[in-house]
Structures are given as C-alpha cells and as structure tokens.
Design a binder for this molecule. Structure first.
Ligand SMILES: [Fe+2]
Ligand SMILES: [Fe+2]
Length: 198
C-alpha cells in the first residue's frame, strides 16, 4: 500500500494495518459535504439579494467537475464499480450500484445546466438569477442523499466481495488515479487554449 495514502488516512477504517479503499472515498465525501454547505449559503444570498457571485459559481463548477466528478466519481466508476461488475453481486447491491451510476449522470447534467444558466445570466440574456439558484439548490439536495446511500448502504457491505489483497490493489489504483488527475486537468487546460488561441 502506498506510504502517502497510509500516512494521510491513518485514522480511517483501519483493521490492524489494513485500510479499505472506501476510506479515501469517504474522506472525499466529507470535503464535498463542506462545499455543499457553502453552496446552500450562496443560494440564500442569491434569493435574498438577487446578486450572483460569478467567481464562486465558476469555482463550484470546477470543484464538482474536477473533484466530485472526475476524481471522486471517477474512482468509484472506473475502479470500484468496475471490479464489482466482475463479482456475483446480490440483487440489492446490483440495484444500488445502478442507482449510483444514474445519480452520477444526474450530477453531471446539473452542472451542465448550471454552466448554461450562468452563460445566459452573464451575457444578460436572462435578467434574474432564479434559475442559477434553483440548480444550485438541486445540486445541494442531491449530493448529501447520494453520499448517504454510499456511506450507509453500499460501501461497507460491498467490501465483503473483495479479499484483502484485492482491496490493497484497488487502493494502489486509487492512488495512481489521483496522482494522474492534476496532470490531466492542466493538460486539458493547455489543449483547450491551444485550440482556441491558434
Ligand atoms: Fe458516487
Ligand atoms: Fe461517492
């Protein structure tokens, strides 16, 4: 197991020296929850003052796209769910996994809608920020339910399908996945501007 992961998550889900791959995922949930609390406060601000902090909304879009979706949902879908697909899952776990995948799609759709609503608002096409507030509200009510389903009804029981060796190698893959993410993010920024500025 990676030293960095071990060090960083030493208080999470240890069984002797063994840490489960759901440790880092649940740790990431806690940061997403903190962002959701800030989003809720922003919804109140928009509704009360009719002012939109566009810089903050751009940060929300970046946070959800890169952290909550690519980094977090990415590890869930590309590694955990991928490996669960190879197991004989109970009907209940199959059902929940399908719901979780559908919910990730819903989350992506909401961010897309948020970007579109922001474009309309910042270009002056839409005069009120009502749509932005309502999408932010949908996002802030969606994530806690999704997280609760994973934390309380899925992550722990599905670990039972994996041996300790399989869990350790999944954790290694998680580390590698995270390590690459920052490089992917900024390569895509450069590639986007190369396309635009050439
Ligand atoms: Fe998820
Ligand atoms: Fe999650």
């Amino acid at each position: 197991m990676c030293v960095q992961y071990k060090k960083h998550f030493r208080n999470f889900f240890r069984e002797g020296n063994h840490m489960k791959p759901i440790g880092p995922l649940m740790h990431e949930h806690r940061l997403i929850e903190r962002m959701i609390e800030i989003i809720k406060r922003e919804v109140e601000q928009i509704n009360n003052k009719k002012i939109v902090d566009t810089t903050f909304i751009h940060s929300v879009v970046d946070f959800i796209r890169i952290y909550a979706d690519k980094t977090h949902h990415g590890k869930e879908e590309d590694l955990l769910f991928r490996d669960l697909e190879k197991k004989q899952l109970s009907e209940e776990h199959q059902k929940i996994m399908k719901e979780l995948i559908d919910e990730h799609v819903y989350g992506r759709q909401k961010v897309k809608e948020l970007v579109e609503a922001m474009e309309l608002f910042t270009t002056g096409y839409t005069k009120t920020p009502k749509k932005i507030a309502s999408i932010l509200e949908e996002i802030s009510s969606f994530y806690p339910k999704h997280i609760e389903k994973e934390d309380k009804h899925f992550f722990f029981p599905v670990m039972e399908y994996f041996s300790q060796k399989e869990q350790d190698s999944m954790l290694e893959e998680f580390y590698e996945f995270d390590r690459k993410m920052i490089h992917e993010k900024y390569r895509s920024v450069v590639e986007m501007y190369e396309g635009e500025k050439l």
